[in-house]
Design a protein around this ligand. Structure first.
Ligand code: HEC
Length: 89
């Protein structure tokens, strides 16, 4: 019995540290993922993808999207702005 519980516990910890944590970190830092997860809800992703903007313009746009109702934090907005201004310029 105890051995079975121990195995479950070890497997659980292993699962959490190897599968769950790195995934959460990746989503938190990856501009592309943040963009794709948050910017296609109200309009197609092609709407931003078809634009070319300077970093300032992307900042204005993304902050306006936040006001429109995009559920992103200030930090996530910064990551998305950096990502967009690198690629769609
Ligand atoms: C809550 C709904 C919503 C979400 C989420 C959203 N948008 Fe928008 N977006 C709008 C609306 C409404 C418009 C048209 C009105 C306007 O431009 O503010 C728009 C228009 C746009 C435009 C065209 C206008 C322009 O200034 O070029 C771009 C580009 C854009 N969105 C990018 C984004 C990006 C990038 C994200 C993710 C950070 C995002 N949107 C998330 C609602 C949303």
């Amino acid at each position: 019995m105890i051995k079975a519980r121990l195995i479950t516990l070890v497997a659980g910890v292993f699962f959490l540290t190897t599968v769950w944590c790195p995934a959460a970190e990746k989503v938190g830092n990856n501009g592309k993922t943040l963009f794709e997860n948050n910017c296609g809800e109200c309009h197609n992703l092609d709407r931003p993808k078809s634009k070319k903007k300077t970093k300032d313009e992307w900042e204005t746009t993304v902050l306006r999207m936040k006001q429109n109702g995009a559920a992103i934090t200030d930090d996530e907005a910064k990551i998305i702005i950096n990502y967009l201004s690198e690629i769609y310029k």
